[in-house]
Design a protein around this ligand. Structure first.
Ligand SMILES: [Fe+2]
Length: 403
């Protein structure tokens, strides 16, 4: 792996994360390095020096010309040009549509107002933050209808306030799995609710840009972590770990990610919890250039990130809590039955209990336990896919709301 941190040298360095090298090169506008047969040690040294020099100054001539001037003839640098995907960008609503669980709806309304205050330069309203945290702990996280609305495929492009309420609720599911006490549960809920508060300082056109961000936009977007920590540090009365989680929630357990707080700095345990919830929530939400991922796909991606970016035990706790076919998911069985998941079965993440529905998505009487076995001990049926739910599906017809 080529390391840029020592000028004039090209070294193989297993200790230096590939992601860091990728980011350094991308920041220089370099997406690939092509080395041709015949390359000399001097050319590699010259390339390293060239890349080092590029960190501080803009190229004034084409890169090929600059390389040739340094006698680098067997190496070329490539740049990926992002496809403009705006032509097929879908328009999604900004928030969930259809009837919502009342406690979930109230927490969304309060959080939206609180975040708008901060966007407008006013202080964070601690009393409202406290109210939302209690609402999430006491009602939303215990309401099957709310969980269904948060866990299932989301047919909306949720803005920061909505994402934050969802991430806080999902973090509470992990906290419950881990048996957190009240103090720690409140700490994770507050930190998760405010983890992205720094995005109130990022222009909306960047937050909602359809397609890839350029280098300047990406730097600005990544700065939401530091900006968030600053806002929270300047707000007296918050719990001590809340700014820490805002700062660290995009850092990996191996010490990579952003912001750069030191190569070996491992994020706090609460930051690791919020990271798991954040990634799931982001994947299952819609973006203008990307359809939402189905929950089972999102769970598989979390599993792939476990051990490197995410804490494996926390990914397991999360997937145990929600299962591959979470509450509220519209699914099809291998007997071509359609149903809405109304309950998950402990230790059976692939076999939920469903209420079958007709073609108009109206519930049919009774419920179907897909974890039931036949006389031979085999499952009587399997869930084979999650379907995109119809817009405005009223989950409260299937799942109990908060009371
Ligand atoms: Fe974030």
């Amino acid at each position: 792996m080529i390391r840029l941190s020592t000028p004039g040298t090209v070294t193989t360095d297993r200790g230096y994360g590939e992601a860091n090298v990728d980011r350094e090169l991308t920041d220089l506008g370099v997406d690939s390095i092509h080395v041709r047969r015949g390359v000399t040690r001097q050319e590699l040294h010259a390339l390293s020096q060239f890349l080092w020099d590029m960190r501080d100054r803009q190229a004034t001539e084409p890169v090929d010309v600059l390389l040739a001037k340094r006698n680098i003839h067997h190496i070329s640098l490539g740049r990926l040009v992002p496809l403009d995907t705006r032509w097929w960008a879908a328009q999604w609503p900004d928030a969930p549509t259809g009837p919502l669980d009342p406690a979930y709806e109230e927490s969304l309304t309060l959080t939206e107002r609180t975040f708008e205050d901060v966007t407008a330069g006013r202080d964070l309203d601690l009393a409202t933050v406290g109210n939302v945290v209690q609402l999430l702990i006491r009602k939303v996280a215990g309401s099957n209808a709310a969980l269904g609305q948060i866990l299932a495929v989301k047919l909306y492009e949720n803005l920061t306030y909505c994402h934050s309420v969802n991430v806080a609720t999902l973090s509470l599911l992990i906290a419950k799995q881990l048996g957190f006490d009240h103090a720690l549960t409140s700490a994770v809920a507050e930190a998760a609710l405010l983890h992205d508060i720094g995005k109130t300082r990022i222009p909306l056109e960047i937050l909602r840009k359809p397609g890839a961000l350029d280098k300047r936009e990406r730097k600005l977007m990544e700065a939401h972590t530091v900006l968030g920590a600053e806002i929270l540090i300047e707000t007296p009365g918050l719990l001590p770990l809340t700014p820490t989680v805002a700062l660290e929630h995009h850092r990996s357990i191996e010490g990579g990610g952003y912001p750069d707080v030191g190569e070996r700095a491992v994020p706090h345990f609460l930051s690791q919890i919020v990271a798991v919830a954040d990634i799931y929530e982001a994947m299952t939400g819609a973006r203008s250039y990307q359809d939402p991922a189905m929950p089972e796909q999102a769970c598989l991606i979390l599993a792939r990130l476990a051990g490197t970016k995410l804490n494996t035990a926390l990914v397991k706790a999360f997937v145990n809590a929600i299962s591959f076919f979470p509450l509220g998911s519209v699914v099809r069985t291998d007997r071509n039955e359609l149903g809405v998941v109304i309950r998950t079965v402990p230790l059976e993440p692939l076999h939920p209990v469903i209420t079958t529905i007709d073609d108009d998505f109206d519930p049919l009487p009774g419920e179907l336990d897909t974890s039931a076995r036949d006389a031979s001990g085999a499952y009587a049926r399997h869930v084979i896919e999650t379907l995109r739910p119809p817009e405005g599906l009223d989950l409260s017809r299937f799942l109990a709301t908060a009371c």
